[in-house]
Ligand binder design. Structure first.
Ligand code: GAL
Length: 387
């Protein structure tokens, strides 16, 4: 059944030619790309990298960064994007296993849909690293590399509190906070993405005291994860939900709405579209409500720069890719990969050893120092809102 493309004896390494180190979400543009080129010259064999979609610029940045990191170590890379379609992703992983990849790095679409693929990988001796999103319900996930997802949620809620004037940027109480109650609305991520609950829990734990003492009120009454979740993290679905909230709870024009907790930039842009469609705007009386985000996607960084979106949480995909590559190298060398968390990520079958990275909150004044100076985005990308 299983064809192995074992490329033996190529000890000398290939040229590490990484064409055009353009700044596009902190990634390099690799000289060779995907499937077609995956068999012949690999000194270390092929690593399969499965990413969810190309519509979110972060996954393109992640994929490119993982690919160039692995290629620099002498591996070939089979990098695939699944258009957010679960059968496509399972098929891509099946094919990688059939081809005999040495290791799989997977950012899943639905964290519970890969059990049989992972069982086949295990049977074929192929280790699996879950990338950014944990894969649930399978004993065959060897490792998890991600950001500290609970802390992301805490950072989003803290940013909302800061934007509302209740706290200072360092988290301390504001000297002259606005008189409450302040009306806000809540959004959550895709229910099949394990991260979405971590973001939600981090945010809710942080906001709870403000709900308890009446400072914050969710006027729509929609405070359950299930009511706030946006399947597949779709911008359009967030826009539709925000439209409905504006109509049902804010008189159709957003009157009184002060802030929206959004866990991802794509949702934030949908939320902002809904607001601007009913005539709300940064330069219109009352301004736009505070809208948070995540991923420092270029379209949202531009909006932050223009004073439209309030904040995003920057997850440096270069660091995550680097960690995934290091972990892959450790596993392929037969070593135990370095973990910094062995307690929090239970996938329903086992606790998956994890390496979690820290994140930064970005407001307008941080774009230069955190995103441009570090080479993640260029000034002109920020000005144009395009990678
Ligand atoms: C999550 C990820 C976030 C964001 C979101 C939507 O799993 O951790 O950073 O990218 O998916 O793509």
């Amino acid at each position: 059944m299983k064809k192995q493309f074992i490329v033996a004896g190529l000890a000398g390494l290939l040229a590490l030619s990484l064409a055009g180190c353009t700044s596009n979400g902190g990634t390099t543009t690799p000289s060779t790309s995907d499937t077609a080129a995956t068999s012949a010259t690999a000194a270390g064999g092929t690593v399969g990298v499965a990413m969810p979609n190309k519509t979110s610029s972060r996954w393109v940045a992640d994929g490119n960064a993982v690919q160039s990191g692995l290629e620099a170590l002498g591996y070939q890379v089979d990098l695939e994007y699944a258009g957010d379609d679960i059968p496509t992703q399972t098929q891509q992983i099946d094919q990688m296993i059939t081809k005999g990849v040495k290791l799989l790095i997977i950012a899943s679409i639905d964290g519970t849909a890969l059990t049989s693929q992972l069982a086949s990988a295990k049977a074929a001796g192929i280790p699996v690293i879950a990338y950014d999103r944990l894969i649930n319900g399978s004993p065959d996930v060897d490792f998890y590399v991600s950001f500290d997802n609970y802390k992301v949620g805490v950072a989003q809620a803290n940013s909302l509190l800061y934007g509302l004037g209740l706290t200072n940027k360092d988290g301390s109480k504001a000297a002259n906070p606005p008189a409450g109650p302040l009306d806000i609305e809540l959004f959550a991520g895709s229910p099949d993405d394990n991260n979405a609950t971590f973001f939600w829990n981090g945010a809710m734990d942080t906001l709870k005291p403000y709900f308890d003492d009446g400072t914050l009120v969710v006027k729509s009454g929609q405070t359950d994860f299930a009511q706030c979740a946006i399947t597949r993290w779709l911008l359009e679905s967030a826009q539709t939900r925000m439209d409905n909230l504006l109509t049902s709870a804010y008189g159709g024009n957003g009157a009184g709405l002060k802030g929206v907790l959004s866990p991802y930039d794509g949702l934030s842009r949908g939320i902002i579209n809904a607001m601007t469609n009913v005539g709300m705007g940064p330069d219109i009386a009352g301004g736009l409500p505070v809208v948070t985000g995540q991923d420092a996607e270029i379209e949202s960084v531009a909006l932050i720069n223009q004073g439209v979106q309030f904040s995003t949480i920057f997850k440096d995909t270069r660091k995550l890719a680097d960690q995934a590559v290091k972990t892959a190298q450790e596993i392929l060398a037969g070593n135990t990969p370095t973990a910094n968390n062995t307690t929090d990520y239970n996938n329903g079958v086992k606790i998956v050893p994890s390496y979690l990275l820290d994140v930064d909150t970005i407001n307008k004044e941080d774009i230069q120092s955190k995103l441009i100076d570090s080479g993640y985005w260029t000034q002109s990308q920020v000005d144009n809102g395009q990678a």
